[in-house]
Design a protein. Sequence first.
Length: 345
Amino acid sequence: MKKLFSLLFVATVLSSCTSSIQLQVLKPADVTLPGEIEKFTLANRTKPSKKNQAWNIIEGVLTGEGIFADREGADHTLSGLMEIMTRTPRFFINQASIEFKGTGTEQFAPPLNWAEVENLCKQNNSEALIVLEAFDSDSRITNDSKPIKIKDKEGVESTIIEYYSHARMEVKSGWRVYFPKDKRIVDEYRFSDFMTFDSKGSSPEQALANLPNKRDCIKRTGYHAGTTYGLRISPQWITVTRSFYTRGSDYMKMAGKKARKVNDWKGAMAIWKKESSNNDKKVAWHAMYNMAVGCEREGNLDAALEWANQAYNRGHKSTAATYVNILNRRISEKKRLDSQMNNKE
């Protein structure tokens, strides 16, 4: 118990000595697409051919998902991609009413004809075509239970059994990005995404009944898969949190108030820069660390890294080392981001 109270005390002290700021950071895509691409046209190729259509109907009945549930899931997958692509500062996208027949499963069909791809892009004033080539879903339900204690109105305690059901919905999607200018598929990617859905009840039957129906689970998981693919191919804004120190000396308190309460970061950084030479080692490295945060906020990652390294050399190495690694990763990502943005900012 003494150790626990000591840890809680330290955590409380640390939290009272710091504040935090949220920064908007443009994260690069996982893959870099050709710079000539400005606008995409989106198409769906998951509609099964005649030879596969009968099996899709049988599968929907046997699994309890319903007829054409995967088709609805594929539509929601495209909606997820559309949603995330509207947030990127790099690309524009339009969803034309384009449907092709494919396998109707998780397997890829042969690539589209280049003449057809080029014609579609011209019709829609785009440089590339994104096609959802494959889609399939699979689900698994597990059940468990545990005793829980409850009290009645009189405060009398008793034990009951509470039952739980867990649905794991897996969606497999396959994508191609066609670039007709070079007659090249610039990205071909297949992946699995899944979501879990939980429910509880006073009996196994009630817990199972409280789960969302499979059709709804497919739609929601498909939507998530679409956003996941959008993050793969497009730079996106994300929110990150940085902590900075607000205690240690009267000047550090003053600087902390400037940054935290009146958003005067220039004034705060002027104080931190002076305090970085403080004879008190702890005050000095806290000020250096804060300078790194201030420089990152201004977008000067190289200066931020210099200050973070000084904080590492001067003070608490594990805290500063973590920030040094974050900044090194951001600098590395920025090089890729600059290439991807192609002067579009």
